[in-house]
Each structure stands twice: as structure tokens, then as C-alpha cells.
Ligand binder design. Sequence first.
Ligand code: G1P
Length: 234
Amino acid sequence: MLPVVDKPAIQYVVEEAVRAGLSDLLFVTGRGKTSIEDHFDRVYELEDKLEGDTGKAGLLERVQAATELATIHYVRQGEPKGLGHAVLCGAQHIGDEPFAVMLGDDLVDERDTLLTYMVDVQQRHGGCVVALMEVPADQIGLYGCAAVAATDETDVVRVTGLVEKPPPEEAPSNLAIIGRYVLAPEIFEVLRTTLPGRGGEIQLTDAIEALIDRSADGGPVHGVIFRGSPLRHR
Ligand code: G1P
């Protein structure tokens, strides 16, 4: 709920999803995150108050906009067992179709069309698509890192390997995963048997890596290289 300029950071993420054509959103929340649910609920008392004040029409619109962006659902991750586990919490809601994962603490500029492009790449190639960004070699250990092969599409690569937060000397590239993914539903089956990895957590990176080896049923894994500068707040 950290405010960025004039709205909570999480609202930028919701707006980005809506711009990419996604209208059914599931938040995976946990302890201490109830203010997110309140933010996207309607606050009739406040709306009534603003409606009665002609000078506040602009404010009323903005309050209502937060609640009308998309259909929003919530599921709680009862224990912090890692990003892979958090994604698995959405399995029942999502069912058998491709879906996007957006990490609320990675923000991209409102003018960037990264997620829209990733959805397009997934629709054309199937499988999974991760967002990648070049980082200085000494920072790769803060991210999941991808080994890649070129394709003939600009800024689209084939991902041939993934490793979660490698020491710089073991990193296969300087391409870091940033918090946007478009995933095939086969990921759930893999996540159910993914053992805790780096940091003792069930890592989404490890599950996607497993899908690379079984591309017959999970489809290929592609990366879209993001050339903007995301804001990471954590
Ligand atoms: C998570 C992922 C990591 C990714 C990062 C992007 O790590 O596990 O692969 O690079 O998000 O922000 P976290 O920073 O949550 O530990």
C-alpha cells in the first residue's frame, strides 16, 4: 500500500493488468495485508459524502475508479513458503488456462507495454513467458537468472535454463527475471512436487526451470527483455 505519487503502489499493478486485457484478478495475500482488500472495496460512506459536495467530483471519480477496475478475488497464503507456493494457492481459481503473475513490489512505467507483449508472445508460442532485464553482474544474485538463446524476434529469447539467485560467478547470464510472468497451467502440476530450494522456499524459478525440460506438455519458455527501468520497492 506504499503510496507512489498519488496512489498506492498496488493500484499501478492492477491498472497494468487491466491495460494488458486481464479483468479477473486474484490477490494472494497474507498476514497484515487486509488494507489491500479495503482499498479495492467500495466505501459508500465516503462516496455519499463526496457526491454531496460539487467541488469533489474529481475525487469521487478516483475513489470509484479503484473499485471498478476489474473483478478482484483474494486467497490467503497461510504460511510464507515462497513465491512458488503463493502461485500454487491460485490453482483452484485459475483452472486450466494460461495466467499472469505480477509481483506487487515490482512496478513498471505506465507507458510500458511489457505485460501486453508477454501475453502476445504466450498466445503465439504457448508455454510460459518471463520478463527479463539486463542487470550489472554484481547484482544478479538478487534475482532469478536466465540462460537464453536468440530468436528472430526483437527482444524475445528462448529460455534454456533458470537459476534462482546464483552467485555472480555461477550466473549463466546478466539477464534477471523481473516480477512479471505469463504461465501455462501445467506449472501447477510441477509446483505440487517442487521441493524447497533457495532460502528454504518453494521457488517459482525452479518450477519454470523444470518445465523447460518437459517442454512437450508445458510448452516452451520464452523471455521478453524489458528495456525500461522498473521500480523495485521492498
Ligand atoms: C522473486 C523471484 C526472483 C525474481 C524476483 C523479481 O524474488 O524469486 O526470481 O528475480 O522476485 O523481483 P524475491 O525478490 O521476491 O526474493
